[in-house]
Design a protein. Structure first.
Length: 432
């Protein structure tokens, strides 16, 4: 069997396994080892499994993932999400649609520490949704703004998706994190503007909240000094070159632990739960990473990335035409699988195309993660929509998708802005 036939068969088997609900990491690993064995031999393929697994779990660079996951788990357990929402609500809650704006701001702050879109969506389904409903916000809007706000976890540092992209493509993870700040702040601003526009176009659709006194506002802002200081220290240290991304993860996890103890927000049971949560998530991520690396060896030996590059560049669409084609592919995949699976499965194939076309790899990492964000709320699947539905069972899928539609249009506009003005993502990394 030729290398091309083995590659095609491998992809068909991979998608069949995924449709059969085999975990993505296991499916990629099985296909990668079997395909590599068909071409090179069973002995080298089996030896590759042991070497790749050991190298992945002991590599210092990969330590960035469990450290930032532990930081997010500790912060989430210590109740920071409620403090962020309360502080944002005291500042803007009295405006028309103010609770929606506060939810976006709080989601951004929480995402900047947890690095997880799913965790952000699940947390604010508990924290913000009941509050919005209590003030008379429609179900569709309340669920939609939480689903959209949750996607900020994929972009704002420390984004686990950006870290995995950096590992796969061998790009500087610190620069990727810093590159996400500008687009992440743009996302927050545009989501807030979307809420304001909805309130302006439909005056009776979104109510106003209760105005807070200046004393309440100052008290609310005082509550968020700890997460703000932690984020500033970790990202500032990365930007200033004080420590590497892995060291930043360790500093962040240690800082979250110390702050939780000092503020008496972490009991022994909560510490144990945070450790278990971070360990389980890290184990799942490493399983997918090992499977992706094994699948990558299979792709390399069949020269699939080179052949895909030759095919796409020969279409005569131009570099931006090929980029749009790739983004459309990600939107389709977003209806079928989660963000991490999309990145790990496709980046080894697509990345050579991007570098051959002359696009900046740091900028492309931001663009691809932003497109993946859109997949998190895009019908008919949308991972964040499923998360919200599981936390708030009384809200139907159709209601959530109706509420998230304006934010999907906002995301498409934001993608166009970042493609037209790459400097938004590249300015800060260029100063490092």
């Amino acid at each position: 069997m030729s290398a091309d036939a083995v590659a095609i068969t491998g992809f068909v088997v991979l998608f069949v396994l995924m449709l059969l609900r085999v975990p993505v990491g296991m499916a990629m690993g099985l296909v990668g080892v079997a395909g590599y064995g068909c071409i090179v031999g069973a002995g080298p393929a089996l030896k590759m499994v042991g070497i790749t697994s050991m190298r992945t779990v002991t590599d210092y660079t990969f330590g960035v993932i469990p450290m930032f996951l532990l930081m997010g788990a500790l912060v989430s357990t210590s109740g920071v999400s409620r403090e962020l929402f309360r502080a944002a609500n005291t500042v803007v809650g009295h405006l028309k649609g103010g609770l929606g704006i506060a939810t976006v701001a709080a989601c951004g702050g929480f995402a900047a520490i947890s690095g997880s879109s799913v965790a952000t969506a699940a947390t604010f389904s508990i924290v913000a949704y009941p509050e919005m409903r209590r003030y008379g916000y429609p179900q569709s809007f309340a669920a939609g703004v939480i689903a959209a706000g949750g996607t900020l976890g994929a972009m704002l540092p420390p984004s686990i998706v950006l870290a995995v992209y950096g590992i796969i493509t061998q790009q500087d993870i610190g620069k990727l994190f810093v590159a996400g700040i500008g687009p992440g702040m743009l996302a927050i601003a545009m989501y807030m503007a979307t809420v304001a526009i909805i309130g302006w176009v439909r005056p009776n659709f979104l109510p106003k909240g209760k105005p807070a006194t200046w004393k309440e506002r100052l008290a609310g802002l005082r509550d968020v000094w700890a997460p703000a200081a932690l984020f500033a220290f970790v990202i500032g240290g990365l930007y200033g070159g004080l420590f590497t991304p892995t060291e930043a993860g360790g500093v962040g996890a240690g800082g979250a632990f110390i702050l939780g103890l000092v503020r008496r927000r972490l009991s022994p049971a909560q510490i144990r739960d945070s450790l278990l949560q971070a360990t389980r998530t890290a184990a799942a991520v490493f399983t997918v990473l090992i499977g992706a690396l094994l699948f990558g060896y299979f792709l390399a030996v069949t020269q699939t990335p080179q052949k895909v590059t030759e095919f796409l560049t020969s279409l005569g669409l131009g570099r931006y035409g090929v980029l749009v084609l790739i983004m459309l592919m990600y939107l389709v995949l977003g209806c079928l699988m989660d963000a991490m699976a999309m990145i790990i499965l496709t980046v080894p194939i697509i990345f050579p195309v991007i570098t051959d076309l002359g696009f900046d790899p740091i900028w492309f990492g931001v663009i691809i993660v932003m497109t993946v964000e859109l997949g998190l709320i895009h019908p008919p699947v949308g991972m964040n929509v499923f998360v919200i539905k599981s936390v708030i069972p009384e809200v139907s899928f159709s209601t959530i998708f109706i509420g998230v539609l304006p934010f999907i249009l906002t995301d498409i506009l934001r993608l166009a802005i970042l493609i037209a003005f790459p400097i938004i993502a590249l300015y800060l990394p260029s100063r490092m």
